[in-house]
Design a protein around this ligand. Structure first.
Ligand SMILES: Nc1nc2c(ncn2[C@@H]2O[C@H](COP(=O)(O)OP(=O)(O)OP(=O)(O)O)[C@@H](O)[C@H]2O)c(=O)[nH]1
Length: 305
């Protein structure tokens, strides 16, 4: 059981995992999470987009963004997928750049290196498949070569397959994160696409009904989805920055919040094709705005202040 209230330090953040196809991104994430959550990445509609996986420990929570492998796009779909991967590099707290040690350095890696040079997020270079390493000199040579190109915060050789050195990698990631909230319940390892859409529907209603009174610094988190016999119970949390905003969202006598949840419930019922009991809460989190850029990256919103 992870307790955030009793602990002073709880680090959290968003980590984008990038690399060429076959670098071992899914293998690494499945290993870190201790289960095969990325099996869905075989399905076209998910591999084209970003998938997020959540790792929660006593010391903090990492929200990983798995991205489609980056390659020089040759067609529209490829362009779209690479666009998704590039998008996921913006505003994240850390970028993990995974390189297959056994693959030759070529235009594919060059393309990613150029992208990294333009990125402002700290980047950790991960050399994967160290279990296949034949000479230490080769590893040293690669480390020098890559380090000369980009200012990496750390370089960590690992084997995603055997798990070798992945603990050290986690230490490096946590070292780059600052104190932050627990974004997802501790037992959640991946998010269902429906949850994102549900959160978006609630957020949309808040923005529609409060017009300009509520800035874009709100977030909606679906905290619980429980399938009952005849209906689906959904609990949503609207996170605002200030007490005054909480008042606006709730409205006099709770009228506004009631309307938000009624409209959102109707949309969610249409989405799920089932009756829904929607419970909506509003909470003030002062440091929320700082994390919003990362959240936007996850589809929580596209607006820029
Ligand atoms: N020997 C060895 N093989 C690995 C390691 N990590 C991944 N692989 C293998 O490399 C292949 C690609 O791994 P994936 O995890 O699917 O790679 P990916 O980066 O998610 O690939 P895309 O989904 O195409 O972007 C698989 O056959 C893995 O079993 C490792 O550390 N050692």
């Amino acid at each position: 059981m992870v307790s955030t209230t009793s602990k002073k330090e709880f680090r959290s953040g968003f980590v984008s995992v990038i690399g060429r196809p076959n670098a071992g991104k899914s293998t690494l994430l499945n290993h870190l999470l201790g289960q095969k959550v990325l099996i869905m990445s075989d399905k076209p509609q998910t591999t084209r987009n970003r998938i997020q996986c959540i790792l929660t420990e006593e010391r903090g929570q990492i929200v990983f963004l798995d991205t489609p492998g980056i390659h020089k796009p040759k067609h529209k779909l490829g362009e779209y997928m690479v666009g998704k991967a590039k998008e996921s590099m913006r505003d994240v707290d850390v970028i993990l750049y995974l390189v297959d040690l056994t693959a030759e350095y070529g235009p594919g890696e060059e393309y990613i290196i150029e992208m990294l040079k333009q990125s402002k997020s700290p980047c950790i270079l991960v050399f994967n498949k160290v279990d296949l390493l034949v000479s230490k000199e080769m590893l040293m040579h690669k480390i020098q070569k890559y380090s000369a190109l980009v200012d990496f915060k750390a370089v960590v050789p690992i084997s995603a397959k055997t798990g070798e050195n992945t603990d050290a990698l986690l230490d490096e990631i946590f070292a780059q994160l600052s104190n932050g909230p627990m974004y997802y319940p501790e037992d959640e390892v991946t998010d269902q696409p429906e949850r994102f859409i549900m959160a978006e529907l609630v957020r949309e209603k808040v923005l529609q009904l409060t017009h300009d009174e509520i800035p874009h610094s709100i977030a909606v988190v679906i905290e619980e989805v429980e399938e009952k016999k005849t209906l689906v119970k959904v609990r949503a949390l609207i996170v605002v920055e200030r007490e005054s905003q909480k008042g606006i969202v709730i409205g006099a006598g709770g009228k506004q919040l009631k309307e938000i949840s009624t409209l959102a419930r109707m949309d969610i019922e249409a989405l799920l094709g089932s009756k829904v009991f929607l419970e909506v809460w509003v909470k003030v989190k002062k440091d929320w705005r700082n994390r919003m850029d990362s959240l936007r990256n996850y589809g929580y919103g596209k607006e820029r202040e």
